[in-house]
Structure formats: structure tokens, C-alpha cells
Design a protein around this ligand. Structure first.
Ligand code: TYD
Ligand code: MG
Length: 457
């Protein structure tokens, strides 16, 4: 076996150095040196996936390659299946990222414990076996075929993987595992990359679906090198506001499915619950007619749902009015206020404006604009909006209401939930002909037309 050596390599220009240096002598970049493994004879590091293990490396015709959908490992979790594109793929590596405390470990433990007849190896480098047991008791599920290992050494973990040959391997988290080949600390770029490569080389020939948990850094990106995202097949992000109950699971990369799918969960005392119909939950306390609230019909990925937009407009106590927003881009709010002021003649200059999107969900859909200005106007006039109306439209700088995408889906969703009227931009009537819905579609061209329709009389 080749002797393993390690060296430091500049990630910008590729120059090597025996010791770590802060600034690269060759390209002049700072903090680019990362410890890497080099072994003179061993060229496995550069080997392609097909030559890893015993897979025969020869060219194949597409017709010679067979795929069976049934090969996918069903996770027994509808929302996770939806985001993965139908379950885990044999040999596929999935990276699940998210902020601390968002519920990553809870989600994977729940999946591990619900795969009853499948063998699962759950490796935790973060928690002891007792802590895992406590969490399992909370989730209240049991799977006799699920085994737990509290270990951080990559070599020992892979030894157990080869021995146990599980149907699913879970590693919580990639930042806590270390390989003996490198001297740098756990969680460093070199360690993460090397460990991920070792996992890849072990699980591809065994065809073991693998789920890695990754921490997220201050900037919100998956901590560790971008290269980790290149190595894995699927990257999932678990998002949400820790103070709210909702959690959203998205995929930012998926070699085996769509990235526009979205899974919604609710954190409960006994773990994460799948939210199959988010609108009903988000609108649960919307029975009373109060001024300052309206319902937006938003689209995220392939799913459309209703969301409550609340606004409060009050006279500013001090010279500079306050503008505050939760769950909606503050710059967009300022823009909408400027449009209301300039194009529709509302004097909001001396008013404080507070905006809140119920449920703590952050949605970046321009169709929210119409709901936002409706809520602001409703609070400004102190006139309630009919709770059976909903809104979807983008507002342009000239005060025009612009059409949004997937209008048919939005109409169908609103109709399904019993809304009586949906306000939209002037839409293409031929597209809507095929929709069998009872809901009344009201087209509005400009803000003043909306004001007339909602508040006149
Ligand atoms: P955890 O899965 O440990 O988060 P992560 O692995 O992403 O850091 O769970 C985080 C939070 O979830 C924790 O603050 C407690 C809460 N929680 C519940 O509300 N209900 C439960 O059943 C469990 C297991 C956790
Ligand atoms: Mg955790």
C-alpha cells in the first residue's frame, strides 16, 4: 500500500507547500491553503466513480443501462419523498444542511426509525447513544433494524459500514468526522473533502444510499467547501424560523429529481409532522374580519398556497417614519410604499408601516405584492377586506399590476379552499377557459382600479 503523505495546497492556483502559510507566495491570495492527502503511487483520488470498486469500466449504450424506479428506497415520509423525487437512490449521497436547532437530526432519526424492515446505520459524531435514545423516546417510534454508532473516526465508521452493509447510512454530521490521514481539525475544509471522498468510495460500490448532515455557517451557506456540494448527488436545505413551527425542505441540487419541489413540516412535541395542506394551517385563525390583513396566493416551487399578510399603518410619532417587515423584503416594501405614494396619491410619508407575514415563512414570490399593498391600504383606511378574497399579482413601478406565473394552479388552489374571489392582473382568458372553478376571477390593471374595487362604496 502506498504511503500516505499530506501537503498544503493553495485552492486558487494549486501551488503546494509543506507547511500552512497565510498568504500564497505564487498568486498572493490569503487563506487559501488547505491540507490534502497525496500518496505517490495511489492514484485512487483521481479515479472516476465508475472505476471505484469493482464496477466494470467500459462504455455502455443507453439501452444497455437499466433503471428500476423500485430501486429507490421509500423514506415513508411523503414530504421528504417529494423533495427527493421519490426516495433515496442506491449509492446516492444526499447532503442535508440547515441552521443549528432547525430539526435536521430529528428529521433523519424519524426517517431511520420509520424504515421498519430496512437496516439503517445511524452514525452520530455529535451526540452520545443516550442522547440519541432520549430523542428517539420523544419521537416515539421504534425500529429494531436501526443501529446506532457514536463515533467520529472516518476509518472506524467505514469499517462498520462495510461490515453491516446497511440499506441506509446516516452520518450526523460531516463536520464532526475526521480521517487519520490528515492532521487538521474536524470541520476544516481538507477534512470535510477527504472524508466525503472516503464515504463516496465506500458507498458507491456497496450501492448504499447515504444521508450526510451538514452545518450551515453565518452567511447561510453550507459550511465547508463548495466541493462537498459537487461531490454529493443531492443537496437539501432545511429552513425556517426557529421561533415558528414551520420548516421548509428544499433541494438546491438533485441529480435524480426536480429542484422545484418543496416539503413542509411542522415541529411538534413528538417530532416533525408532515404538512400536506399548508394553506389550512396558515389560515387557521383567519375567521374574523379585521382591517390590515389580506390573503396572498403564493407559489413556491411547484406548490401554491395561501398566506396571510398583515400590515399596520399608524401615524409616526417622530420625524422619520418607521418601516419594519418580517418575512418580506424591506426594500421591496419601501418600493411599494413609494409606488402607492406617487402613483395612487396616498400620503404615507408621515406614517409608520409594519408588515408581517404570518407563520414565519419567507417566500420570494413577486405575486405577494398585491396582497401587501392591499393590507397596507386596508390598515390605512381601517376597512377590513372580505376574508373570502385572495390576491396574486406583481406591482410595477408605474403602479400597474403585472401577471404572475402558474396562474391556473393558483386559481385552482384558491377555489379548492373555498375562496369566492381572486384578484389578478389582466390575464390571458384563453388559458383560463379550461379551468372548472366556481371562484370569481377579478382582473385589475392598476392600483387605483384595485382601490375602487375594494374600498369604494
Ligand atoms: P434537532 O433535530 O436537534 O436540530 P439540529 O439537528 O438541526 O440542530 O432539534 C432541534 C429542536 O427541535 C430542539 O430545539 C427541540 C425541538 N424538538 C421538538 O420540538 N420536538 C421534538 O420531538 C424534538 C425531537 C425536538
Ligand atoms: Mg443535530
Amino acid at each position: 500500500m502506498a504511503k500516505i503523505k499530506h501537503t498544503f495546497v493553495c485552492q486558487s492556483c494549486g501551488v503546494t507547500s509543506a507547511k500552512w502559510v497565510g498568504r500564497c507566495n505564487s498568486c498572493g491570495d490569503w487563506n487559501t491553503f488547505v491540507e490534502e492527502v497525496v500518496s505517490s503511487k495511489d492514484t485512487k483520488n483521481n479515479a472516476s466513480i465508475s472505476s471505484i470498486g469493482h464496477v466494470e469500466a467500459r462504455p455502455f449504450r443507453l439501452s444497455e443501462i437499466s433503471i428500476k424506479e423500485s430501486d429507490r428506497l421509500d423514506t415513508n415520509n411523503g414530504e421528504l419523498n417529494r423533495v427527493l423525487g421519490g426516495g433515496f437512490v442506491p449509492g446516492g449521497i444526499t447532503l442535508l444542511g440547515g441552521e443549528p436547532g432547525i430539526g435536521k437530526s430529528t428529521l433523519v432519526l424519524q426517517v431511520a426509525l420509520s424504515l421498519n424492515d430496512k437496516k439503517v446505520l445511524y452514525v452520530s459524531g455529535e451526540e452520545s447513544l443516550q442522547q440519541l435514545k432520549l430523542r428517539a423516546l420523544r419521537i416515539n417510534k421504534e425500529n429494531e433494524n436501526c443501529v446506532f454508532l457514536s463515533e467520529t473516526s472516518m476509518e472506524k465508521i467505514l469499517f462498520h459500514v462495510e461490515k453491516e452493509k446497511p440499506d441506509l447510512l446516516i452520518i450526523d454530521s460531516i463536520q464532526t468526522v475526521v480521517t487519520e490521514h490528515l492532521e487538521t481539525a474536524a470541520g476544516s475544509v481538507g477534512q470535510i473533502r477527504e472524508c466525503a471522498n472516503l464515504i463516496l468510495k465506500t458507498v458507491k460500490p456497496l450501492q448504499t444510499p447515504t444521508l450526510l448532515i451538514g452545518h450551515i455557517n453565518k452567511e447561510g451557506s453550507l459550511a465547508g467547501p463548495k466541493i462537498l456540494e459537487h461531490i454529493v448527488d443531492t443537496v437539501l436545505q432545511f429552513e425556517g424560523d426557529r421561533n415558528h413551527l414551520f420548516r421548509i425542505l428544499r433541494s438546491s441540487k438533485n441529480r435524480f429529481g426536480s429542484t422545484s419541489e418543496l416539503g413542509i413540516f411542522e415541529m411538534e412535541q413528538t417530532g416533525l409532522r408532515e404538512v400536506i395542506n399548508p394553506s389550512e394551517l396558515l389560515l387557521s385563525n383567519h375567521d374574523m374580519q379585521l382591517s390590515g390583513t389580506s390573503i396572498s396566493c403564493v407559489q413556491d416551487g411547484m406548490r401554491s398556497f395561501m398566506i396571510e399578510v398583515q400590515a399596520l399603518v399608524s401615524s409616526a410619532a417622530y420625524g422619520t417614519p418607521q418601516r419594519s417587515s418580517t418575512g418580506f423584503d424591506i426594500r421591496r416594501l419601501n418600493m411599494l410604499l413609494a409606488v402607492l405614494e406617487k402613483r395612487a396619491g396616498f400620503r404615507l410619508m408621515a406614517k409608520d408601516v409594519f408588515l408581517n407575514i404570518a407563520g414565519g415563512i419567507k417566500i420570494q414570490d413577486p405575486a405577494m405584492d398585491l396582497g401587501v399593498i392591499t393590507s397596507i391600504l386596508s390598515s390605512n383606511f381601517d376597512l377590513a377586506i372580505d376574508t373570502r378574497c385572495c390576491f396574486a399579482g406583481e406591482v410595477g413601478l408605474t403602479g400597474e399590476i403585472r401577471p404572475v406565473n402558474r396562474i391556473e394552479q393558483r386559481i385552482i388552489e384558491a377555489d379548492k379552499l373555498g375562496f369566492r374571489r381572486i384578484y389578478l392582473a389582466v390575464s390571458n382568458p384563453s388559458k383560463l377557459k379550461n379551468i372548472k372553478a366556481q371562484i370569481e376571477v377579478c382582473n385589475v390593471r392598476r392600483i387605483d382600479q384595485l382601490v375602487k374595487a375594494l374600498f369604494a362604496g
